[in-house]
Write a protein that binds this ligand. Structure first.
Ligand code: 9Z3
Length: 317
């Protein structure tokens, strides 16, 4: 739980972190308790309405190199997979806790946040009275209408709850606390772990307080391994939840063996394997068999396949 962090310098610092050692030695984000209250209320409201709830994690994580952070390590993830999948879950009647990297893509707004389709270009300043208008082409635009209708429906139903993280530390603390809060739903909870989480980090005790100075020449940093949290997520933080993890590789041949190994090691329900370069057009689901899937938006197929499996999972209780 938040609060079990022991800041005393006497606490022994491991060099490879188990999840337990990580949470005992690294400080939680300051607003965690407050955020989890909001999650608990959201989950209770959805439970009262008999809705399944999916936690979607999305986007990359940063690893600060300094306490007063000037520099950090980051990764490629734009949050497309998570934001797109969240829309399809919402469309299917799920409530969604969307836990995403600050400024990564979000459901609905993702369609208009790129510079190729900027929102301000749809708007006009009306000559007659100087108020804001909309261009004639966009007034009748079927795609915009569909996105806007779905967005308004979700807003009215109150089925989307958004949380943000920036660093890998924010992510780990938030993941544990949200997973625990969601576990009250037992089999009706799904965990869809699409965020691209750093494998390496600098523990607080090794961080330079101030900006690293360049006067000493080249920089050598030894990073610790981020604890593998899938194991405690499956065994301790959740109860009978339907857990979907993603495996990312750049060598396609490793996907199926590594996805299968993860399934065997952690004993959860589904691993989706994807290759960095082809991730938007194909992937493999390793669960009771392997399947390659394709679609206009591949997330539509991922989500419909998972809905089928989640339904069977709930029915098998
Ligand atoms: C994924 O594999 C996601 O599908 C992507 C999506 C990050 C590739 P984008 O955000 O990309 O749409 O640009 N996410 C998980 C990758 C990951 O870090 N998995 C870990 C692992 O493989 C832990 S479950 O060990």
């Amino acid at each position: 739980m938040p609060g079990d962090w022991d800041p005393s310098p006497a606490h022994s610092m491991p060099s490879t972190f188990s999840a337990e050692a990580y949470f005992a030695t690294q400080p939680p984000p300051p607003l965690l308790a407050q955020e989890i209250e909001g999650v608990k209320e959201f989950v209770a409201r959805q439970a009262a309405q008999n809705r399944n709830v999916v936690l979607v994690t999305s986007g990359g994580t940063t690893v600060p190199l300094e306490l007063n952070v000037v520099r950090f390590l980051d990764n490629f993830s734009a949050g497309t997979r998570g934001a797109t999948s969240a829309e399809y879950f919402l469309k299917a009647g799920y409530a969604v806790i969307f836990m995403h990297r600050q400024f990564s893509l979000q459901p609905f707004s993702r369609h208009y946040s790129h510079s190729t389709n900027p929102f301000l270009d749809f708007l006009t300043v009306e000559d007659s009275d100087g108020t804001v208008g909309i261009t004639p082409a966009k007034r009748a635009d079927a795609d915009l209408l569909a996105v806007l209708t779905a967005y308004k429906r979700v807003q009215a139903a109150g089925t989307l709850h958004t949380l943000t993280f920036v660093t890998v530390d924010d992510y780990l603390w938030l993941l544990r606390a949200v997973a625990q809060a969601l576990s009250v739903l037992r089999r009706r909870a799904m965990y869809y772990l699409a965020a691209a989480v750093s494998d390496f980090f600098l523990p607080r005790q090794k961080l330079s307080e101030h900006k690293i100075q360049s006067g000493k020449g080249s920089l050598h940093i030894e990073m610790d391994q981020v604890p593998k949290v899938l194991k405690p997520l499956v065994e301790e933080w959740t109860r009978d939840g339907f857990i979907v993890s993603f495996k990312l590789e750049t060598d396609e041949r490793l996907l199926i063996p590594k996805a299968r190994a993860a399934l065997e090691r952690y004993g959860h329900q589904v691993v989706i394997g994807n290759d960095l370069h082809t991730r938007k057009s194909w992937l493999r689901i390793a669960a009771d068999g392997a399947a390659a899937i394709h679609a206009k938006e591949i997330e539509e197929d991922i989500v419909s396949e998972l809905l089928r499996r989640h339904e069977a999972w709930i029915a098998s209780a």
